[in-house]
Design a binder for this molecule. Sequence first.
Ligand code: ADP
Length: 518
Amino acid sequence: MTTFSNSPSQTDSEATRALQIIESMPGHAWSADAAGRFTYVSPSTLAFLGNAREDLNTSDNEDEFGWRRVVHPDDYDRVAAKWRHCLETGAHYDTEHRLRRADGVYRWFRNSGRPSRDSQGRITQWYGTTIDIDEQKRAEAALRDRERELSQLVDLVPSHLWRLTPDGEPTFFNRRMTDFLGLDLADTDRPGMSRLDAIIETVHLDDAAKFRDALNRCLVTGESFAMRYRLRRADGVYRWMSSRAEPLRDQDGRIVQWYGLCHDIDDQMRAEEALSQLHQMQSDFAHMNRVSTMGELAASLSHEITQPIASARNNARAALNFLDVLQPDLGEVREALACVVADADRAGDIIDRIREHIKKAPPRKERFDLNAAVEEVIALTRSVTNRNGVSVQTRFADGLCLVEGDRVQLQQVILNLILNAVEAIEAVEMGSRDLLISTEQVGKEIGVAVSDFGPGIDPTHLKHVFEAFYTTKPSGTGMGLSICRSIIDAHGGRLWVQANEPRGAVFRFILHGAEARS
Ligand code: ADP
């Protein structure tokens, strides 16, 4: 087999021992002459390669090394060039390459060789080791893959990620952040300015001081940082960001890094703004609708008010007459005056109701009795229903839970439903002119239904009646039902319509009851 023939000065037993040591060491050992021909290859190598030492030295092509057959084709040229260079110059031979195992599988090895020289400095032998580093290579490759994945993740995550030292000096920006700012870490190194200051320069002037104060406070106290601010994009456009930063602490609780996450919320902020504008518009519309509805009612209300005033006048005159007699009956006078007061109160109530409906009050939250609120609306619409010959029937559930919400807004819903029903009844010449208003409670849900026997709603139009501006009336606005729905929605309830039997429409809404009456 192989021989170890490089130590002529050693005794045979020393040579044998040395060989034993070499051959029992992990890894493979080899020696080669000055021309690069192997003089020794450890048996473990030959077993691995399934090759005779001679094969490693023998080549059909004299420009090639015999071991070309066992080195991975992608590695051979590089390794051969290196080996040739070392043979020529005597430089240390250190390389990594794959070797083919007897079963055809390639494994990575680290190959190192050092020259041994004679007294004239001529290279006499090369001694080397070949160590299997396949596992290590795999582990390194896996680690590299993981690192790549992680850095891809950090770069591709749709947010800005950055890292700061405990003093607040930025040490890392992910790609999203550099792309957004048009700045990388190196660009924030400016003379006479900290990196953090360079970043704060990109924060909107109105937010910068607050940003700096908040961040500095967190750096001192170690509390989490959270703030919304505007940040300048590379194209100069400011966008709203929601930013958070958390400290990373070591085992002793000392802050070692800060990690910041910054998320673009500009679209969301715009949507919120648009929504709040929409709410404002809705409330303006609701107010307009209320005022215009009240405008329509004003004429008939004036009639309603004249009635208690006329009655007060009569009662006052009666009181005067009682006083005109020689011995006035004060009891009768008092009675007449009490009637005057009651009449005035009645007129006052009517005016209060109108005022309550017309004023633009912000939504209120109160608990109230829905039956009583419906009664009030019925009283308010009495002149309209009377004028149109509509008879209002009520079927109120006893002991309803109180309802929580804006009483005036909910009354407006009922008002709209009643006025729509009256208009629907008006549109039908013949048939019942009854308008039924009922309340009911199922579990904790309170329901109100306004039913009429008008023409009803064409089933294909059912889903449109709650849309804004949908109207079939020549002078309609199409806003009433859409406002009603938004009011009921805002109260967490539901408003819908269904066909009445034998004809007409039933508008229903349900609300959550607040609590049972005490
Ligand atoms: P407007 O009353 O100004 O038309 P609304 O939003 O209150 O606006 O109503 C929208 C449409 O729904 C009405 O034009 C009408 O076609 C229909 N509608 C509403 N209530 C009834 C009802 N009780 N019976 C039949 N149709 C109705």
